[in-house]
Design a protein around this ligand. Structure first.
Ligand SMILES: NC(=O)c1ccc[n+]([C@@H]2O[C@H](COP(=O)([O-])OP(=O)(O)OC[C@H]3O[C@@H](n4cnc5c(N)ncnc54)[C@H](OP(=O)(O)O)[C@@H]3O)[C@@H](O)[C@H]2O)c1
Length: 250
């Protein structure tokens, strides 16, 4: 058995391969760590692969060729490990950075910030669907979880603000719903969902953590999401589901 770059591959004796995209983020790193800790326990995976802008190969949503190259690397690792991709978790996302901050008012709407937030929260995951969902086997349980956010729920929007982030996550939810239908035709036992992780202590949320808000550590949030993913049934495919397993409104 050929082992890949130890930086982004951990192996056990179980069958099935898990992949985390956005592995350099607070939640993504905790997901990789938690999956790797499962070791040889029931529900564990034989290998946990991780991808992000800093891995080898790198995966950057600003460059579709890198997404394609990363998908080919995963296909090759699955072949080498004689395992099938059974879990895909996409934990990438963007709220604030050099291009801007979430808007409090329509007066702050900015084309560059909107492009960036849509690029990372919606277009990037769409490219992941294009290049990675076909790596799932055509038979047997497979689960794809795209980390979204409750603020992307249109039905739940009572406060306003955060135009770009909300809209980009709503777009992601529609992409996930649409992909879940196509994925169900490809493999009748495959499940594809959007996930709300709750407020998690990461670089993304830290500037906005308010007193009174329940902020959970990333390892706890990762464990919650993996429990939710393990308990999903076919009836859940296409839904937006929170870290407690509750379905949220669109
Ligand atoms: N933290 C919260 O309270 C909270 C609440 C609700 C929803 N969420 C969602 O949870 C997910 C994880 O966020 P986090 O809190 O872990 O934030 P984070 O620590 O800031 O992580 C951001 C992630 O986005 C990835 N990313 C950024 N730009 C990218 C690009 N151009 N191409 C590819 N990947 C890119 C990074 O991957 P690499 O660094 O590996 O490239 C990193 O994994 C996001 O979808 C976020 O919207 C978080």
């Amino acid at each position: 058995m050929q082992l890949g770059d130890p930086m982004n591959e951990k192996t056990t004796r179980q069958s099935g391969i898990a992949l985390v995209i956005g592995a350099g983020g607070g939640l993504g790193a905790a997901l990789v760590e938690r999956l790797a800790q499962s070791g040889d326990s029931v529900g564990a995976y034989q290998a946990v692969l991780s991808l992000g802008r800093s891995t080898h190969p790198p995966l950057d949503y600003g460059d579709e060729a890198s997404v394609l190259a990363a998908s080919r690397w995963v296909a090759a690792r699955c072949a080498d490990l004689q395992g099938e991709l059974r879990l895909l978790v996409v934990a990438s996302g963007f709220l604030h950075g050099e291009t801007g901050q979430p808007e409090r008012s329509w007066t702050q709407l900015d084309a560059d910030y909107l492009s960036q937030v849509f690029r990372i929260n919606a277009i990037g995951p769409a490219l992941v669907m294009k290049h990675f969902l076909p790596l799932f086997p055509k038979h047997g349980r497979c689960v794809a979880g795209f980390v979204s956010a409750k603020v992307g729920s249109i039905g739940d929007n009572a406060l306003g603000g955060w135009y770009g982030y909300r809209a980009s996550k709503a777009a992601l939810n529609q992409l996930v719903k649409t992909a879940s239908i196509e994925l169900g035709r490809y493999n009748r036992q495959a499940i594809c969902v959007s996930l709300h992780p709750g407020t998690v202590d990461t670089a993304l949320s830290r500037p906005f953590a308010k007193t009174g808000l329940t902020v959970r550590p990333a390892p706890e949030a990762a464990e919650n999401l993996l429990d939710v993913l393990a308990a999903l049934t076919l009836a859940d495919t296409g839904a937006l589901i929170d870290y407690q397993g509750h379905r949220l409104p669109w």
